[in-house]
Design a protein. Structure first.
Length: 165
């Protein structure tokens, strides 16, 4: 009596289910974590730009200018009187982050970038302004003048590329 079976058998299949689970979890992770910058809560349409290839810096103060000429920050309207306080608060946070980073570099004995004249690095307030495409130029210039008067040296207008939806 022959108990051995000489018929060719398939090798056992590797378990594919754990691989599918891992790929699915990675897909969900990147879908959730894929938002790079928070969307403004005010309904505005950014003007089109032929080339909008610059990267946004989320550490910059983001202001939104709607069609009526009202400035918003984090979905809340910003009064002209509180705009200076908002800019100063944001600037203080940026300077504190820069000081913490410099202290960490000093602790790690990594040479820092050379400081500006006077021994300290000067950081100017930077503002990103998302102005609605329908805002009249006179209203935009007026708000840019307000920001200049408050000490803002650089304003980056947020646009959308014609190539993106």
């Amino acid at each position: 009596m022959n108990l051995e079976d000489n018929s060719p058998r398939r090798p056992p299949l590797e378990p594919v289910l754990p691989l599918i689970n891992v790929v699915f979890l990675l897909l969900i992770f990147f879908m959730v974590a894929g938002q790079l910058a928070p969307r403004p809560t005010v309904d505005v349409t950014a003007p089109n730009s032929a080339e909008a290839a610059t990267e946004e810096d989320p550490s910059q103060l983001m202001l939104v200018l709607d069609k009526q000429g009202v400035l918003f920050h984090d979905g809340e309207p910003v009064a002209e009187a509180s705009l200076a306080t908002l800019i100063a608060k944001h600037q203080a946070e940026r300077e504190k982050e820069a000081a913490d980073k410099a202290a960490a570099n000093d602790a790690a004995e990594i040479p820092a970038a050379p400081a500006a004249e006077g021994g300290q690095e000067t950081t100017l307030p930077l503002v990103r302004l998302l102005a609605d495409a329908g805002v009249p130029l006179s209203v935009l210039r007026e708000n840019l003048g307000k920001l200049r008067d408050l000490g803002v040296e650089e304003v980056r207008l947020v646009t959308q590329s014609e190539n993106t939806p």
